[in-house]
Ligand binder design. Structure first.
Ligand SMILES: Nc1ncnc2c1ncn2[C@@H]1O[C@H](COP(=O)(O)OP(=O)(O)OP(=O)(O)O)[C@@H](O)[C@H]1O
Ligand SMILES: [Mg+2]
Length: 250
């Protein structure tokens, strides 16, 4: 089998029986997930459902994690973040996703801190092909950018290490609907280029529109796991799991 199709078929992320939280009581429990390269899996659900905790648990940055997390065939439970980054895992957190007091270029350099300088410069050129709007902003301080440019900087910073698995926690939060669409279209494109993307979003309808699979998270558990299209088209699902936000927020 040629390498490319073998890679395309490789499960980038496999989670079984995940249980995680901060104190004694788990915030998420009984979570199973599967994500293949070239796919976007959306995790949608209301405020406080445990979506961010789930993503942090995959990275081992919560109080405790039990169960199995397998990334590219390796059990990664308990691995330090830097090791995960070297294994091709990129994480854009919900908050504090960029260094605001630094320039765009400096953010990109920090994203490529594991790379030799010449390779870093090459990667900057490559992420600018994905986000050409950032090129004229390279010397601007991030705190002076628009919300959309700022989020693109956060994504571009993480793309510097060319991750195979991207964990994105609400990349469209606080962006206008039209800018959200631009960001989500880029997310889809990254998957089409072969990356596996776990996309956490409260903007459920917009996220499901670019996703292959949907995990609906309610009170720390996966209430529904189905093709994104099916959740999007099911009026009962929209009403029960996505709420008014789905129709109002696009
Ligand atoms: N650092 C923390 N310490 C203790 N409890 C926390 C911590 N962070 C989150 N929680 C609790 O865990 C639960 C789930 O929070 P989480 O942030 O994972 O939800 P979410 O689905 O990401 O919500 P949102 O859509 O608002 O981002 C909430 O009850 C929250 O109060
Ligand atoms: Mg969250």
């Amino acid at each position: 089998m040629p390498t490319s199709s073998a890679e395309a078929a490789a499960p980038a992320l496999r989670v079984r029986g995940l249980r995680a939280g901060y104190g004694d009581a788990p915030v998420v429990s009984g979570v199973d997930l599967d994500l293949a390269c070239g796919q976007v899996a959306a995790v949608v659900g209301p405020n406080g459902a445990g979506k961010s905790t789930l993503v942090k648990a995959l990275l081992g940055i919560v109080g405790f994690v039990e169960g199995e997390v397998v990334i590219d065939g390796r059990v990664t439970t308990g691995m330090p973040l830097e090791r995960l980054a070297r294994l091709g895992v990129g994480y854009v957190p919900q908050v504090e996703d960029v260094f605001e007091s630094l320039r765009v270029r400096e953010n990109l350099d920090m994203g490529g801190y594991l790379l030799p300088r010449r390779e870093r410069a090459r990667r900057v050129e490559r992420v600018l092909e994905t986000f050409p709007a950032l090129r004229p902003r390279l010397d601007r301080y991030v705190e002076t950018l628009s919300g959309g440019e700022r989020k693109m900087t956060a994504l571009a910073r993480v793309l510097m290490l060319e991750p195979r698995l991207l964990l994105l926690d609400e990349p469209t939060a606080s962006l206008s609907l039209s800018v959200s669409r631009v960001v989500l279209d880029q997310v889809r494109r990254l998957a089409d280029l072969g990356k596996a993307v776990l996309l956490v979003e409260q903007r459920a309808a917009a996220a499901l529109a670019v996703a292959d699979w949907a995990y609906v998270m309610v009170r720390g558990g996966i209430a529904m796991s189905a093709p994104a299209r099916r959740v999007l088209d099911d009026p009962a699902m929209r009403e029960v799991f996505l709420g008014a936000r789905a129709s109002a927020g696009g």
